[in-house]
Design a protein around this ligand. Structure first.
Ligand SMILES: [Zn+2]
Ligand SMILES: [Zn+2]
Length: 283
């Protein structure tokens, strides 16, 4: 287990007083893949092998007046179908920390893979922000091939499309300033319409890379993750990630257990929240 310093147990998130574009950023971990090994996490398989688990998160952005959910994770159906158990569903986790999913009005989907876009039905009031390229890819001809569609779940894609027909989806074509202090950045390669979320916090900008970089090691070694549909685009996106952030402490990879080790955390009703708007522990 990583040396998580959670502090005292609380029963609700304390109110947030930030305004003027500054946000709190929390990672909520709902699942962990413990069996994973190094050789499964990189495109090149000539490195030393050993255990390398993956964590699964959704992210919460919060200021005085708003809550934004970045990705919806996956729930019990996908967990059973794919043999990837979860500790609780992301919607349950949100409810336990005092953010009822039925009241969340803004969801950003970084991409439509099953572990990022599941359970959208739990957020009936949410308007969903997504990249054009991701929707085109997930509903287009490449989905005729099992090797391309296996990270997607047709039920998630269908649920998203119903949101489009309810006029509760907003499509973006590349980078955009979504709200004061929150911008979206197209970072393709792992997925066609992969986007990261850059958030202003009291310690400076924090880039939620999601699966544009699963692990710190992908970025540090310029070593793409095993699931990559376009290697040159993936490498270009690594460069963009470096350009967008003032340093490695300002980039949060999508699945790295080191995030829990590096940042302060708190526990609310048994749900662990990693506080990415605070400086990391000194090494
Ligand atoms: Zn993905
Ligand atoms: Zn993922």
């Amino acid at each position: 287990m990583s040396p998580l310093k959670t502090g005292p147990e609380q029963n609700a998130l304390p109110p947030c007083a930030l305004e003027g574009g500054l946000h709190e950023v929390y990672a909520l971990r709902y699942a962990r893949m413990t069996e994973r090994r190094v050789h499964e996490n990189f495109l090149r398989r000539d490195m030393h092998d050993g255990p390398q688990p993956l964590d699964f998160f959704v992210w919460i952005l919060r200021d005085r007046d708003h809550v934004i959910l970045v990705d919806t994770g996956y729930g019990y159906r996908a967990a059973a179908e794919r043999g990837r158990p979860i500790d609780f569903s992301p919607a349950e986790g949100l409810a336990r920390v005092g953010l009822p999913p039925e009241r969340i009005e803004t969801v950003i989907l970084t991409h439509l893979h099953y572990d990022h876009a599941g359970g959208l039905e739990d957020y009936p009031e949410a308007t969903v922000h997504i990249q054009d390229a991701e929707v085109s890819f997930a509903t287009g001809r490449c989905m005729c091939h099992e090797v391309m569609r296996f990270p997607y779940d047709v039920e998630d894609v269908a649920t998203f499309l119903r949101r489009v027909y309810k006029e509760k989806a907003i499509f973006h074509d590349g980078d955009t300033q979504l709200f004061p202090g929150v911008s979206l950045h197209l970072l393709p390669g792992h997925a066609k319409g992969m986007q990261g979320v850059l958030v202003d916090t009291p310690r400076g900008p924090v880039l939620l890379a999601s699966d544009a970089a699963h692990l710190y090691a992908n970025l540090e070694g310029n070593a793409p993750f095993s699931l990559t549909i376009d290697v040159p685009e993936t490498l270009n996106s690594y460069r963009r990630i470096h350009d967008l952030s003032p340093g490695a402490d300002h980039v949060i990879p999508g699945h790295d257990p080191l995030v829990r080790a590096r940042y302060p955390a708190m526990t609310v009703n048994g749900v662990e929240l990693i506080r990415l708007h605070l400086p990391p522990h000194s090494p």
